[in-house]
Ligand binder design. Structure first.
Ligand code: UDP
Ligand code: MG
Length: 139
């Protein structure tokens, strides 16, 4: 595996609960380099666009409402095998199924309010990085 980039969001639940620092520390302890990081807040249009792949799912409207309820922290991360590695740090989507020591096991409330996003493949990582960051920010 080579060095690759991935994209992550600390979601509104975790930012509001003051968990962002601990989550970032977990990411950095797992060996990720932070290439770019910013606090922002999604508009409904942005949230719908970012999660467009899920637009036909029953949880879509709830997800959009959740992701727009408060500030988020968006991050560009780099590491060997970054995409799979970040998913391991995150834990399973449903915290009930997440392994001990993962972000979602420690902090998530339920399958919706699960604290963190991470890209699932190289193609989606590049699209998601470009959704939030300019080329110069990613150097
Ligand atoms: N989600 C939800 N209900 C579900 C499945 C997912 O509310 O039954 C939300 C949850 O916040 C999740 C996001 O939609 O993180 C995207 O779902 P995905 O299946 O891509 O999970 P992830 O890649 O975040 O683990
Ligand atoms: Mg996903």
């Amino acid at each position: 595996m080579s060095v690759e980039r991935t994209f992550s969001i600390i979601k509104p639940d975790a930012v509001a609960a003051g968990q962002a620092g601990e989550i970032l520390a977990m990411i950095q302890k797992a060996g990720f380099k932070v290439l770019a990081l910013r606090m922002t807040r999604l508009t409904e249009t942005q949230a719908r666009g970012f999660y467009a792949v899920h637009s036909q799912r029953p949880f879509f409207s709830g997800l959009v409402k959740f992701m727009t309820e408060g500030p988020i922290i968006v991050m560009a991360l780099e590491r060997e095998d970054a995409i799979k590695g970040l998913r391991e740090v995150m834990g399973a989507t449903n915290p009930a199924n997440a392994a001990d020591g993962t972000v979602r096991k420690r902090f998530a409330t339920d399958i919706e309010r699960n604290c963190i996003h991470g890209s699932d493949a190289p193609e989606t990582a590049e699209v998601e990085l470009r959704f939030f960051f300019s080329t110069s920010e990613l150097q």
